[in-house]
Ligand binder design. Structure first.
Ligand SMILES: O=P(O)(O)OC[C@H]1O[C@H](O)[C@H](O)[C@@H](O)[C@@H]1O
Length: 560
């Protein structure tokens, strides 16, 4: 809680000792072979989460049995969570304590979904702005209903057909991921576009598809100062005014999502077209706030509310469930075991659901910006690994691209496999084929293929080729989690996102770092501003190393 280095905990030291003594002989094959004597490993190491309000329909099964853990390792990991005061740190977040210590802020994305008195009661959160959440949601409902119904008209009296969300980082990735994930619930005649990159090609391609009379621009930026977003927003406004001519028309075509009212109004967007949020909403935790307006426009406010409800129910689960049954805690501890003791550098997220194809992209920011830190909250340099590199993509596509390395490469890649029981699109036997791959890959990763099996398969003649035999062996022993949910509904998606958010929180608490600032993104921004001022004139290029100077001069000489 106070940023104690994790290595100081007795349970951490015990885990190190267990690892040193046992890891060479610890195999998933042996662990599962013990099933007969000690009861099913699946029973011991899996947990079923049921939505309190819709139970069966929105259940999530977490199977973590295919991990290199024994009862002793597992109880020591749970002890670590206690020693690191994970429950206290979690409760401090829910109470609104300023756990983002470097910025002196509360961390209250849970307050954004704390709007369901009927769902087991609300958390008591006393932070400035927390009581305004409902008001902003009502504004979002009213606005998204009006746009979706066609009641909201553009400057020539036509309804809106295209929505362009202009934002970057947390003001882009969440809306992109969720609108993709919930496409089956979307209004197909309201097309969503996302512009994030300051590369003019991004906005240019989107504008080619839009008609100024029927396009709504959402300028999404917590700070309303982000260079990429403001540059894109200005270009969008210029493009719009080249058709609309009159600045008065901006009000019908531009809205802002921000915490910065004065910057929004000076951009020319009236405060009545602004949807606000608060400094206790971190950018990468903001899709639940006004930043989710594009989501509400796409899937409708009622579905957006279901997304919030799913997250709120996972919040309750995280807050109220004992550590050994707590899904976010389980994911966090399994991750720490590989990250800190086995030395795994990465963590793959592999959804077997095409609609989740942006899930890993989203949690790249969620996890890596949160836990990519190397000093504790007390300011000490950590002597252990913190946040993993998050990567991945839709499972079957990955199988034909990078799974080779996971199966037979030299690196340990812990993987989370995710899949729905029910598909959104019943076509032939696609879903059975998809799921058979979802079941097969973790099995292959865990149990591999022995030399004897390879020899038997090859037959006596080919088996004489030793190199061929060796190349076909799968060492196995590769750990995975499998997460199955009933169907990718808005509510289930909300719960899945909150599950991973809280996993990140628990890991950050154990590592003693601040998961809620992002100082590491600042330096590059400052240097870029400085360079921008020098780009126009070769004589102005000063104060850099020879490499940077050489590159800038090369650009200046060759630009057209
Ligand atoms: O929403 P904005 O203020 O425009 O910020 C957009 C992004 O900017 C920075 O890169 C931060 O590191 C991100 O956390 C943030 O999401």
């Amino acid at each position: 809680m106070d940023g104690r280095p994790a290595t100081e905990y007795a349970s951490w030291q015990k885990l190190q000792k267990i690892y040193d003594e046992q890891h060479a002989s610890l195999t998933l094959k042996d662990l599962f072979a013990q099933d007969a004597s000690s009861g099913s490993r699946f029973e011991t190491f899996s947990r079923l989460y049921q939505s309190p309000s819709s139970g069966e329909q929105d259940k999530i099964l977490l199977d973590y049995s295919k991990n290199l853990i024994t009862p002793e390792i597992w109880s020591t990991l749970l002890k670590l969570a206690e020693e690191a005061k994970v429950p206290e740190f979690r409760d401090a977040m829910f109470k609104g304590e300023h756990i983002n210590t470097s910025e002196g802020r509360a961390v209250l994305h849970v307050a954004l979904r704390n709007v369901f008195p009927q769902a087991g009661g609300q958390f008591d959160i006393k932070e400035e702005g927390a009581d305004e959440v409902k008001e902003v949601l009502d504004h979002m409902k009213q606005f998204s209903d009006a746009v979706r119904s066609g009641e909201w008209k553009g400057y020539t009296g036509k309804s809106i057909t295209d929505v362009v969300n202009i934002g970057i980082g947390g003001s882009d990735l969440g809306p992109v991921m969720v609108t993709e994930a919930l496409k089956p619930y979307s209004k197909r005649d309201l097309k969503m576009h996302f512009v994030s990159n300051v590369d003019g090609s991004d906005i240019a391609e989107v504008l080619k598809e839009c008609d100024a009379e029927r396009t709504l621009f959402i300028v999404a930026s917590k700070t309303f100062t982000t260079q990429e977003t403001m540059t894109n927003a200005e270009s969008a406004r210029d493009w719009f005014l080249s058709s609309a001519k009159d600045k008065e028309h901006v009000a019908k075509h531009f809205v802002a999502l921000s915490t910065n009212t004065s910057a929004v109004t000076s951009f020319g967007i009236s405060s009545s077209n602004m949807f606000k949020f608060w400094d206790w909403v971190g950018g990468r935790y903001s899709l639940w706030s006004a930043i989710g307006l594009s989501i509400a426009l796409s899937i409708g406010y009622e579905n957006f509310e279901q997304l919030l409800l799913g997250a709120h129910e996972m919040d309750r689960h995280f807050k109220e469930t004992k550590l050994e049954d707590n899904l976010p805690v389980i994911l966090a501890l399994v991750g720490i075991w590989y990250n800190d003791f086995y030395g795994a550098q990465t963590q793959a997220l592999l959804p077997y659901d095409q609609y989740l194809h942006k899930f890993a992209d989203y949690f790249q920011q969620g996890d890596m910006e949160s836990n990519g830190k190397s000093v504790t909250k007390a300011g000490d340099v950590v002597g252990y690994q913190t946040g993993p590199i998050i990567w991945g993509q839709s499972g079957t596509n990955g199988q034909h691209a990078f799974y080779q390395l996971i199966h037979q490469g030299t690196k340990l890649i812990p993987c989370d496999f995710l899949a729905p029981v029910e598909t959104q699109n019943k076509i032939g036997n696609h879903h059975s084929i998809l799921l058979s791959n979802f079941f097969a890959q973790p099995e292959a990763l865990a149990f591999g293929k022995t030399e004897e099996q390879v020899i038997e398969e090859l037959g006596p003649e080919q088996a004489k080729n030793d190199a061929l035999v060796k190349s076909k062996i799968f060492a196995g022993n590769k750990p995975t989690n499998s997460i199955m949910f009933q169907k990718l509904t808005p509510k289930t998606l909300g719960s899945l996102i909150a599950l991973y958010e809280h996993k990140i929180h628990v890991q950050g608490a154990i590592w003693g770092i601040n998961s809620y600032d992002q100082m590491g993104v600042e330096l590059g921004k400052v240097l870029a501003k400085n360079i921008l001022a020098q780009l126009g004139d070769a004589d102005k290029v000063k104060g850099h190393d020879s490499s940077t100077t050489g590159l800038i001069h090369f650009f200046q000489k060759n630009r057209k």
